[in-house]
Design a protein around this ligand. Sequence first.
Ligand code: FAD
Length: 434
Amino acid sequence: MAEKHFKYVILGGGVAAGYAAREFAKQGINKGELAIISKEAVAPYERPALSKGYLFPQGAARLPGFHTCVGSGGERLLPEWYEEKGIELILSTEIVKADLSSKSLTSAAGSTFTYDILIIATGSSVIKLTDFGVQGADANNILYLREIDDADKLVAAIQAKKDGKAVIVGGGYIGLELSAVLRLNNLDVTMVYPEPWCMPRLFTAGIAAFYEGYYANKGVKIVKGTVAVGFDSDSNGDVTAVKLKDGRVLDADIVVVGVGGRPLTSLFKGQLAEEKGGIKTDAFFQTSVPGVYAVGDVATFPMMLYGDLRRVEHVDHSRKSAEQAVKAIKASEEGKSVEEYDYLPYFYSRSFDLAWQFYGDNVGDTVLFGDNDPASAKPKFGSYWIKDGKIFGAFLEGGSADENNAIAKVARVQPAVSDLNVLTQEGLQFAAKI
Ligand code: FAD
């Protein structure tokens, strides 16, 4: 079988790969030096579009519209761009073996790729209910969403089950975004999750009450405090119902499961140091093996702001970590160095007419401010997280660009607060003064 050598290989063709490629081009590479190897059949794209614009009933986003780097306002890198730059896109190619000692990767079809420098950007895979042997979970139309192929299956199911019933399993951001977009497609939508409120990893009860109320007003039904324990299907194998642990049964033509992801690190087990479920890196995203870097969802890196090691599964970090790694690689070739990665966590979501942003760390006490009435014409509200008398995290729904910048600054600067009542009253005004 064929063997090909590249100076740089990016393994994975998602968000981080696209931003890394752009940074390589910016820093200067020769034609034929860089390859991106991806299981997916398309050039790197902005993955968040899959749970939003891609599923809209009208004016849906389609490639080439959302190739990286449009999501951050940058140039859209079409397949022709890679060709012009002499960057090889090796698509529809799954790597099934990685041998870091011989610096080689082997594909499912048996091809071998060798490299001098490797950037691991394999992202995450979704957790499936079949992983836990949930009864009937292999029925047709029980769907997941990670890659564009998954999104196409969802589009086909929405077409096939017009005006039907959808059950969304999971109350995280995927569950919330998909419930909204399926509702916009006129499906009868029910969300099911075990926790007392949605997005419990980030939302406080006060924040969640707004979204649950807003979704209810849009006709989304919410069933909390229970889980799916089985599925019924018809003679074609199509799902017909979701059986809940509390004994209830929900009719369903489509089920979408969003119960979390796992970083795809298994190719490197035993070959690289790991930490907190990811591949351990330094502040330049270099792993325990020199010349091997890990970026995006798979990297567990030093979070300078909080003095610990973290893994972050958000698009902003995947972009910035990719750029940092490439800058560090190119600088080290010239015997130079770059500044350590100093990341402020940033995460956002959009659904219906809503859009929120969160910056920082959600630790400590919280205050809720603003208009969080789900029936308001233009709700705008937020929360601060306060630890050791300082603001660590800030959340804002419905903010303008300037207001979002203001809460980002608060989370970065960590101003002291003495009186939480005053902070609640000042709300966004507090951020505007920082
Ligand atoms: P990915 O973008 O997942 O790319 C990984 C790539 O590696 C894929 O192309 C995959 O096929 C490939 N790959 C994996 N293993 C192999 C292999 N063995 N061989 C070859 N190729 C391989 N974050 C936000 O902050 N806000 C949002 O609104 C938001 N929305 C999202 C919506 C959806 C539907 C999803 C799935 C994620 C969303 N995220 C969001 C998270 C964000 O998209 C990820 O954090 C980001 O994509 C991570 O980038 P990455 O490059 O590390 O991984």
